[in-house]
Every structure is written in structure tokens, then in C-alpha cells.
Write a protein that binds this ligand. Structure first.
Ligand SMILES: Nc1ncnc2c1ncn2[C@@H]1O[C@H](COP(=O)(O)OP(=O)(O)OP(=O)(O)O)[C@@H](O)[C@H]1O
Length: 231
């Protein structure tokens, strides 16, 4: 479904991503792993068209994404939950969800009931301002907003960062449900190993901007963890 090939990215003179190759088959949840500063967020932002690539290819269902401006991704069915959530704090929960709704291809008028089945708390808080929600609720809102247009590919950047354990568990349940029961393809950046092992079937490790190891999650061994993941 998603095929990243020989991708190179620079911040000015600084070469950040080096010849990255990653493939995510339809229906798979892949976890992008690596220590801080290794290029995970840069890869997601490049994929989303928020940073320019120097060279390479990003193919989504055969279409070359690098030719398109950022706002085409949702219309193709790609949803992105950035690191730090980036909800609109001054807008209500309902308004935040409507913004997600409008990003997609079809102009749904109603927020799908499914969003409230996944996150009942959002229904209770529809009229509250996003900024008044707890961190965990804001993350649920950010995921709900991303799901509002019924994407094919869901991209999440560290969805459990700074969130209390019970909401981390709920978010894990929801990712597993979307991926395993509904067949949604998921690309996840996650540093918490137990969470990554629980939700993802495949992994790719970035180290200093290079994809150094990838495979089935069951093949992630102690040497890889020691060399590339433990701090
Ligand atoms: N806007 C920027 N300008 C210049 N360099 C940047 C910028 N953003 C990130 N970098 C650098 O690019 C490298 C990769 O950063 P990136 O944020 O992609 O890593 P990461 O793996 O997502 O880390 P983290 O887990 O801390 O989010 C780092 O060396 C970082 O300092």
C-alpha cells in the first residue's frame, strides 16, 4: 500500500534521512522505532508533504505522493496524527472533529457515530474547548479527528507520549481494533516497546537517519533492542 524508496531529506545542509526504504503492505501495522533524534518524525513529515524530499519516491497505492501538495493526502485516504497532537485549543471538540471531516474527499456533513463509539468521552465533551481537555483526551480527539473521514492509512506519531496508562491502554485497544478487525493500515512511531509489540506486526528501526533493521515484530531481538533502542 505504501512504498518508500531511496528517500533522502535535508534540513538545509544537514543530511537527515539517508536512502530510506520502507514498505507497508495493506492491512499491516508497522512501527517505526529508534531513539530520539533518529529521524522518525522527519520521515513522517516528509511522507505527509510537510517537509520537502531531496530525492526518492513515496508511492501510495501506486501514486507518487511527492508530486502532490500536503492537503491531497487526506483526499487519498491518508490520516496523520502529529506528535504533540496539534488540536485547535480554542475550538470546541465538535469544531475540531468537523475540521477532520472536511479534510477528506467526500463531504460528510455529520461526524460519524463510529468516532463516538471509539471515544465516548468526545461525545460528552462536544461543546468543550479542545484546550480544556486533559492530555489523554486531547490525544483521543486528535485520533478521532484523523478518523473522521474514514482513512485507509492511519499515521500516528508517538500517540502515547505523556499520557496516563489507562488511556494508553485504550488507545492501544483502538489501534488493534482498527487494524485487526477493520483492516486499516497503520504506520506508528512509538518508543514504548510493550505497546509497539502489542499493536504492530512489523517494525523498522531508524538510526541516525538510516533504516538499519526491519522485519516481523516477532523477529525484534535483544541485540537490536540493545544496539538501537535502549537509552
Ligand atoms: N526543523 C529542523 N531543522 C533542523 N534540524 C532538525 C529539525 N527538526 C529536526 N531536526 C534534526 O533532525 C534529526 C531528526 O529529528 P527527528 O525529530 O525527525 O527525530 P525523531 O526520531 O522523530 O526524534 P524524537 O523521538 O525526539 O521525536 C535530529 O538530529 C534533529 O535535531
Amino acid at each position: 500500500m505504501l512504498h518508500i524508496e531511496s528517500l533522502n531529506q535535508f534540513y538545509g545542509e544537514s543530511h537527515t534521512l539517508w536512502d530510506i526504504n520502507v514498505t507497508i503492505p495493506q492491512g499491516v501495522c508497522l512501527c517505526l522505532m529508534g531513539r530520539n533524534g533518529m529521524g522518525k518524525t522527519t520521515l513522517l513529515k516528509t511522507l505527509m508533504g510537510l517537509l520537502p524530499a531531496k530525492s526518492g519516491q513515496i508511492l501510495f497505492e501506486g501514486e507518487q505522493l511527492l508530486h502532490y501538495p500536503a492537503d491531497i493526502r487526506p483526499k487519498l485516504g491518508i490520516a496523520y496524527v502529529p506528535q504533540g497532537r496539534e488540536i485547535f485549543p480554542q475550538l470546541t471538540v465538535e469544531e475540531n472533529l468537523h475540521i477532520g471531516l472536511m479534510a477528506g474527499k467526500e463531504k460528510f456533513k455529520e461526524i460519524p457515530e463510529k468516532i463516538f463509539q471509539l471515544f465516548p468521552v468526545l461525545k460528552q465533551m462536544l461543546k468543550r474547548r479542545g484546550g480544556d481537555l486533559s492530555g489523554g483526551q486531547q490525544q483521543q480527539l486528535a485520533i478521532g479527528r484523523a478518523l473522521a473521514f474514514n482513512p485507509k492509512l492511519l499515521i500516528l506519531d508517538e500517540p502515547t507520549e505523556g499520557i496516563q496508562p489507562n488511556i494508553v491502554r485504550e488507545i492501544g485497544d483502538i489501534i488493534c481494533h482498527l487494524n485487526q478487525d477493520e483492516g486499516m493500515t497503520v504506520l506508528l512511531v512509538e518508543q514504548k516497546l510493550p505497546f509497539a509489540r502489542r499493536v504492530a506486526q512489523e517494525f523498522c528501526i531508524l538510526d541516525k537517519g538510516r533504516a538499519v533493521s526491519s522485519g516481523k515484530m516477532t523477529e525484534l531481538n535483544d541485540d537490536m533492542i540493545q544496539n538501537y533502542l535502549t537509552v
